[in-house]
Ligand binder design. Structure first.
Ligand code: PEP
Length: 232
């Protein structure tokens, strides 16, 4: 995987397929020239509807079985068959809202890799962990479940920085990314309230191989500015 990675995580947005098609088209045009690996993670149902040329599509989650009696789940081969090439696993909203365990996340990552999908594997501590000085221990434990593969990148997303407008400081990011790289040898993206106004500073942090962007990826002009900052 050559180059820095810019990933848009739309979460459960936008509300309609018409909006999704329009938004994806705008982002596709605005980012077309940027020398980055450009990834878009829309909700599952929009994936086959988005005819884009300059972005690679992925899914925000996946199940670890190929087929069968798993109501509501989506398998790695299903994702591939509708054009997804990447998947996010272990996002903090899946860990903390849906209640996924490290073991489940590991199985999802392994199944996705085996099927030929590339993986963004999210890790990150909660505010109480950071305040108690446990952040390295928490992330180290999460990393112990990561299947190391050249098709997998880690995203460090401190939970207290996601969707809060509060991002980690350059020092906090640099030291945690160094810690993750030392243990895994993998690329590490940063995620947590990356916006146009802070992207330049965050892009210059050593050991940052890209961004995973939530809220700002729904605003095409702002997302392009983040991409420009990352491309340097
Ligand atoms: C995310 O969804 O992974 C994320 C980092 O969200 P936000 O950019 O909105 O904090």
């Amino acid at each position: 995987m050559e180059g820095r990675i810019l990933a848009a995580n739309w979460k459960m947005n936008p509300a309609t397929k018409e909006e999704a098609i329009r938004l994806a088209g705008e982002i596709d045009d605005l980012l077309s020239e940027l020398p980055l690996v450009r990834l878009l993670f829309p909700p599952f149902v929009y994936i086959p509807l988005l005819k884009i040329r300059n972005l690679t599509l992925g899914a925000q989650d996946v199940f670890y079985e190929e087929k069968g009696a798993f109501t509501g789940e989506i398998s790695p081969p299903m994702l591939l068959s509708v054009g997804a090439k990447w998947v996010i696993v272990g996002h903090s909203e899946r860990r903390n809202v849906i209640g996924e365990s490290d073991e489940v996340i590991r199985r999802k990552a392994e199944a996705a890799l085996k099927a030929g999908l590339k993986v963004i594997y999210c890790v990150g501590e909660k505010l109480e962990d950071r305040e108690a000085g446990r952040h390295f221990a928490v992330v180290e434990n999460q990393l112990s479940y990561v299947p190391v593969s050249e098709d997998l990148v880690v995203a460090y997303e401190p939970v207290w920085a996601i969707g809060t407008g509060r991002n980690a400081s350059p020092e906090q990011i640099e030291e945690m990314h160094a810690f993750i790289k030392e243990r895994t040898g993998l690329k590490v993206l940063y995620g947590g309230s990356v916006k146009a106004h802070n992207a330049g500073e965050l892009a210059r942090v050593p050991n940052v191989d890209g961004f995973l962007v939530g809220g700002a990826s729904l605003k095409p002009e702002e997302f392009r500015k983040i991409g420009e900052a990352l491309a340097g």
